[in-house]
Every structure is written in structure tokens, then in C-alpha cells.
Design a protein around this ligand. Sequence first.
Ligand code: CIR
Length: 259
Amino acid sequence: MSSRFTRALLRRPGRSYAQGITTSDEGAPDLGLALAQHAAYAAALASLGLEVTVLEADERFPDGTFVEDAAVIAGDLAVITAPGAASRREETAAIAQALSAWFANPARIGGTGTLDGGDICETDDLVLIGVTARTNEAGARQLAGLLGEAGRKAELVDIRAVEGLLHLKTGVTWLGEGRIAIAEGLPALPAFARFEQVIVPAAEAYAANCVRVNDKVLIAAGYPRFADTLDALGYRLLPLEMSEFRKMDGGLSCLSLRF
Ligand code: CIR
């Protein structure tokens, strides 16, 4: 992972937010509450010293607030993705435009490749690339090639057989210090074996998608067992209300690109 993040890019949810893709049965999100939770998320990143840029919503893209899926940033390398869901394909244009302020020549996933940023789990010396219903092998191999050219090691992790896991990072998060958080019940894949694993109880699986930002871990509020475990390991936590994003299958990491 980049040792320190200095910036984050976010996009507000818009009026069409409830029309996004979801498998959740928790009901329609409340836009007012989603906007308040989004503002608190942006403020949390700013409180950690990051310069936060928040793009306005584009009503054509109900899922556009999940900016993490539209790009992958690893050190100096920025890659504009090709999101696997047809309704999300064009979200990348605005993200590419915004990122051009900091990255002169971003690479792109192209051809038959599809890739969602939520499938990328960057650790200190290895980038795990989930192959899922959203990220196909062609997209994953393209990204692995680009990372290789940038001197980074990458490994594909095929999780297509794992039910209920939208993206790799839905269930696996890099915590730093050689550790990953991993949702209970995920198969013991060789790719995970090299890390110390902090198990997130199945009943709290949503919280497995947390984000290490510099000295703190942003974590969804309301998952006390996992929070206690992280606390006991010495992590400093910043809990955030995520209810209105969970209703649209969105985890904490998907609301920002951090670099
Ligand atoms: C979707 O299904 O694409 C959105 N409703 C949720 C995307 C969540 N993104 C992420 O976990 N990186």
C-alpha cells in the first residue's frame, strides 16, 4: 500500500442513487441520510490530513458514488478500469477527467477486459486481483501486466465460486503490519496464507470491508466484535455510519479513491 495517502477523490450520491444495482433486501436508501453519511466520510478523511475532492453526482450513473470501481491507483500508477456492470461502464469518463489533475497518463483496461477497482487489494509488496463476476481474467491479466511494468508483483485470486462476495475487497482488507482482515467462511485460498489473518465474524461480514488510511482504520459503525478485535491489536479506529451504502451493496472502501 502507499505508505501515506495525501488525497482522496469522492463523488456524491445523486437523486438516482436508489436505482443502482443491489442484491440487498434492506429497502430503498434514504438519499438525505446517504448524503449526510457521505459528508461524514469525507470529513473523516479530511481529519486524517487528506485533501478531499468531492465530485458532483451525475444522475445518469446511480452507482457513480462508488468511485473506487472506476480506477485503480497503486503508487504512481493510475489505471482507468472497465467496470463489469454495463450500467457502470461510462462512470470512468468523469473519474479519468478528475484524476488527470494528478496523473498525466493513466493506463486503461481495454479490449475484452473488465475490471472493478473493488477487486483490487493492494498490500505492501503484492497486489491481489480478484477474478469475479465483475472482473474477468482478461481484465485481471491486463492489470497484472501494468503493475508488473511498474515494478509491482500481482497475483490473481479467483473467487467466482464464493457466493455473496461482490468484490474481493467485500471480504478481504489489507490492514498493514502483514495482516489482512478476512470475512469468516471465505475459503482458505493460498493467496491469503502468507498474511496473518484477522477473522471478521460471519455475522459482521459487512465490516470486513474497512480501510486503513495512514494511522487509522475506517470501519463501518455497528460491528462491535470486529471493532474490539482491531482495538486489541492496537489499531486506532474511525467508525462511520454506512447503512445507506450497505443497502446498495456498497462497502466503505468503494466510496473513495485514495492516493
Ligand atoms: C454495484 O453493484 O456495482 C454497486 N451497487 C456497489 C458497488 C460497490 N463497490 C465496491 O465494493 N467497490
